[in-house]
Every structure is written in structure tokens, then in C-alpha cells.
Design a protein around this ligand. Structure first.
Ligand SMILES: Cc1ncc(COP(=O)(O)O)c(C=O)c1O
Length: 477
């Protein structure tokens, strides 16, 4: 299997490059075309995993065909496909081929997107794509943003801006408010930014899992009276658990009145603004000082691309600008936008290309329709679940997520929790579809997230029938 043709300059012959490239493209196309008929994941082969884990350093080169053979035999079968139409767990990753090709170009040409002088067209594409998002979310003209690796980094970046602009990085005695449904990556990010857990006030949610506004207002008042410095409210535009959207308009107005920074985590739900079905639910998102969205979720992009928008693009530069001596030649013109000065990363890839190309290829209307499809599919799932008395709907379908629970009248809550956990294990073991569970109000619930526009009603119906079959069988055993 060793490769005698390996050169010390790490080059491949054009023939080998093409052979490798065509086979990779063939694999991707085959994957996309056959996914619907394949299981979501095969049974994990622990022997293969063990073999991979213990491979020694390759002393000599391997033939390129061997690498792809090994990928096909050892890695591919152990993958769980988040882009599968019956992947309903966590947040699905329904990407698109145009963006895959854009990513290939970006890495093929190794495009650096940190300094305008290295590729003014590159900077302009990031600027215009950010500006499209700015327009969609109705942010003011001076607003700006940047693309980062995903939602966690986008929230961290937005909150670092908040800390700098509002507090000049002095965090002592300050308080941040957010709900008990907020994604834990945000809490982790706040820790990284130097906030202690006692400075993060977790506000309970109402019956719809939206932050309890009166409680938020009371806590801010109380903290001020105690001499603390309320500083920021983090609201959810679509929680991961249930798709709940906090009352953004009221929170935005409250923050404005109280002089608080208003950060919105729309990593899951912000794209729902593009659908006429849910647009009104996100009213008030435009009031955010910083807004996070995550194109690698519901804007159909391959991993990794997250985005943060801030009300004034100069906030980013004020927070992050450094000009190391070694970059003085490429970052010397003040008016030029150098994205390495706008965020945490200096060497950064050209993430904007995939979103830009796919928005141009499909057009915004196609994105709107695809998002509406996801919302409608969750409503369809809810309708099907309601047809059977086995299921309790815990949260009705909202922006692509429905949560529910298999119930048995004579069982206590703990037993029902375990039953639902077992249903998840069974469906995952079978490999036909994948769902994940979460905890709402202290109860284990099943959660179906239906944002893949390639999912069919038939996929949903068959999945629910299987879940029910497992519920019936397990409650007999
Ligand atoms: C609401 C919300 N915020 C933040 C995140 C973190 O985003 P990422 O996984 O892209 O880092 C997620 C991920 O699921 C999310 O759903």
C-alpha cells in the first residue's frame, strides 16, 4: 500500500489529483442521492474504531486510493448522518451541494479572509453577505458583523463586544440575565469572559418556556437597589429544547429603558424570520445590540459557519483590533476592512463564500420556502401524534420543533421518563430515524426537529409509527 511516488514537495501528479478529486465528488453525490434509502447510522464497529485509534505514525506515504478505501471502510460506516432526512435529533445539518463546492474551492485555493489586501473581493463578499443578513434582520445601516465557526463562537464574540463596549471590560459587580432555557455554551462563554456564576442570573421561564418578563424586571430592580450593576440580557430567539422564543420586543424595550445590552441568541431560530408563518414571532429581534445566527443550522450550510451581527460595526473593531508588527504591511490602511481586526481569529477561512454562493444560486425565496417546509413538517408531526392517545404533546410545534412523551396512565413520572429514554435507545439502535430527548419541566421528553427540507411526511409518519411500536412493546416488557 505504500506510495513510491510521494515527493518531498508534497505535490501529487495532475492525474492523481483528478482521480482523487473525481472519486471524492462521486462519493459525495452518491451519498446525497442515496441517503433517503439508507439507515441514519450503522451499528458501531468497535473493532474498526479500536484499529483506527491505535494506528501508528505513518513512516512512509500511502497510496491515495488506499486513503479513500479506508475512509469508506472504516470511517463512513461509523458516521451518523445529520443531513439525513430522518435525522430529527439535536439540530439537523441539512447542507447543500453548492456550499459544499464553495468550501472545496476555499480550501483548494486556501483563501485567507483576514485582510482586505490579500483579496479585496473576498472581503467584499463577506461584507455583502453580512449586509444581506443585516437587511433581513432590519438592523441599522451602520451595523456589521462577521462569520465565525458556529453559534458558540458567535455568542462569545457578541458578548465580548458587549463587555467591552458597555463595561470597558470591567466585569466586577455586574450582572447578566438569561433564562433557564439558554444554551449552556453561552454560560460557558460567559465564564471564559471572566463572569463568575453568581453574576449570571438565571430567570425561570413561563409555561411556554419563555423568560418570565416580570421576574426579569424585578431582578434588575432588586440588583440595582443592592448596588450591583445590571449590564446585559441574553434572550433566546428559538431555544434548542423546544423552539421557544422569548418576548423579544418587550425585552428589547426594557433593555433600552434600563440601559442594558440586549443580546439575542438566534443560533437555532433566527432563520424562522424568513418564513411568513413565523415572522411575527420574532418581532423585536431588530432591537438587539448583538444577534447570533448560525447558518450551519437552518440556513442549510455545511459546518462550520456561525454569524454575529452588532448594531454598529465599529464595536467589533473597538473590541478586537490589534495590529501585530508582523501584519503591519497588510493591515496598514485605516479605511480598509480587515476581518482579522474584527474578531478573535487572525488566520480565518473564507466562510462567507458558501452562504453567498448558495443564496445566489437558490435565491432567498427558495430559502424561505425550505424554512416554511421545516415549520410545516413539525406541525404535521404534532397532528399525527395527537391522533394517538399514547402521546402527550409537551410543547406544540413551534418553529420546527415539537416535544412529546409516551404516556401510560398507571405509571409514575420516573417510570415514564425511563420508558421514553428506552424508546430513544431503540429507535437509534434500529437506525431508521434518529430523535433525541431533552428535559422540560423536570420531565424527559422526546424531541423532533424537522428542519431538513428533504424530509417527507412519509418519513415523519413512519418514524412516529415506529416510536409508538417501541412504546407499546417496552411498556409490555
Ligand atoms: C440556541 C443555540 N445556541 C447556541 C448553540 C451553539 O452553537 P454551535 O453548536 O454552532 O457552536 C446552539 C447549538 O445547538 C443552539 O441551538
Amino acid at each position: 500500500m505504500t506510495n513510491e511516488d510521494v515527493n518531498n514537495d508534497l505535490r501529487l501528479s495532475p492525474k492523481d489529483m483528478k482521480e482523487l478529486g473525481y472519486r471524492v465528488i462521486d462519493m459525495i453525490v452518491e451519498h446525497m442521492e442515496s441517503l433517503q434509502d439508507k439507515p441514519i447510522a450503522k451499528k458501531t464497529d468497535f473493532q474498526i474504531l479500536e484499529k483506527l485509534r491505535n494506528e501508528s505514525i505513518p513512516e512512509h506515504g500511502n497510496c491515495h486510493t488506499h486513503l479513500l478505501d479506508q475512509f469508506e471502510s472504516d470511517i463512513l460506516p461509523n458516521l451518523t448522518h445529520a443531513d439525513h432526512p430522518r435525522f430529527f435529533g439535536y439540530i439537523p445539518g441539512p447542507n447543500n451541494f453548492i456550499s459544499i463546492m464553495a468550501d472545496t474551492l476555499v480550501s483548494g485555493l486556501n483563501i485567507f479572509s483576514g485582510a482586505s489586501s490579500m483579496g479585496p473581493g473576498v472581503t467584499n463578499i463577506e461584507l455583502v453577505t453580512i449586509d444581506w443578513l443585516r437587511q433581513i434582520y432590519d438592523f441599522p445601516e451602520e451595523a456589521g458583523g462577521l462569520f465565525v465557526s458556529g453559534g458558540s463562537m458567535a455568542n462569545l464574540t457578541g458578548l465580548a463586544v458587549a463587555r467591552h463596549i458597555k463595561l470597558l471590560d470591567q466585569t466586577e459587580n455586574t450582572v447578566i440575565y438569561t433564562s433557564d432555557q439558554t444554551h449552556l455554551t453561552i454560560i460557558r462563554g460567559l465564564g471564559i469572559l471572566g463572569f463568575k456564576s453568581k453574576q449570571i442570573k438565571i430567570i425561570p421561564t413561563d409555561k411556554q418556556f419563555r423568560i418570565a418578563l416580570p421576574r426579569l424586571q424585578q431582578e434588575v430592580k432588586k440588583d440595582r437597589a443592592e448596588g450591583k450593576i445590571p449590564f446585559c440580557v441574553i434572550a433566546n430567539a428559538g431555544t434548542t429544547n423546544s423552539g421557544a422564543i422569548d418576548p423579544l420586543q418587550q425585552i428589547g424595550e426594557f433593555c433600552e429603558k434600563e440601559g442594558l445590552w440586549f443580546h439575542v441568541d438566534g443560533a437555532y431560530g433566527a432563520p424562522a424570520l424568513l418564513s411568513e408563518k413565523s415572522k411575527s414571532l420574532l418581532k423585536g429581534i431588530e432591537l438587539a445590540d448583538s444577534l447570533v445566527l448560525d447558518p450551519h443550522k437552518w440556513l442549510f450550510q455545511p459546518y462550520e459557519i456561525g454569524c454575529v451581527l452588532v448594531r454598529d460595526r465599529k464595536y467589533l473593531k473597538d473590541t478586537f483590533r490589534i495590529t501585530p508588527d508582523c501584519l503591519r504591511d497588510i493591515c496598514k490602511i485605516e479605511q480598509e476592512i480587515n476581518f482579522s481586526e474584527y474578531g478573535i481569529q487572525v488566520t480565518r477561512s473564507f466562510r462567507a463564500l458558501k452562504l453567498w454562493m448558495s443564496m445566489k444560486y437558490f435565491g432567498i425565496q427558495t430559502f424561505q420556502n425550505a424554512i416554511t417546509t421545516g415549520i410545516t413538517l413539525a406541525e404535521f408531526a404534532e397532528k399525527k401524534l395527537r391522533e394517538s392517545s399514547c402521546w402527550e404533546i409537551v410543547t406544540p410545534a413551534q418553529i420546527g420543533i415539537v416535544t412529546f412523551r409516551y404516556i401510560q396512565l398507571n405509571y409514575d413520572t420516573g417510570t415514564i421518563d425511563r420508558l421514553n429514554e428506552q424508546i430513544i435507545s431503540e429507535i437509534i439502535k434500529e437506525g431508521y430515524a434518529l430523535l433525541s430527548s431533552t428535559v422540560l419541566d423536570g420531565k424527559v421528553v422526546l424531541r423532533m426537529c424537522t428542519i431538513n427540507p428533504r424530509t417527507t411526511q412519509n418519513d415523519i409518519e413512519k418514524t412516529i409509527l415506529r416510536l409508538e411500536k417501541y412504546g407499546v412493546e417496552l411498556s409490555k416488557s
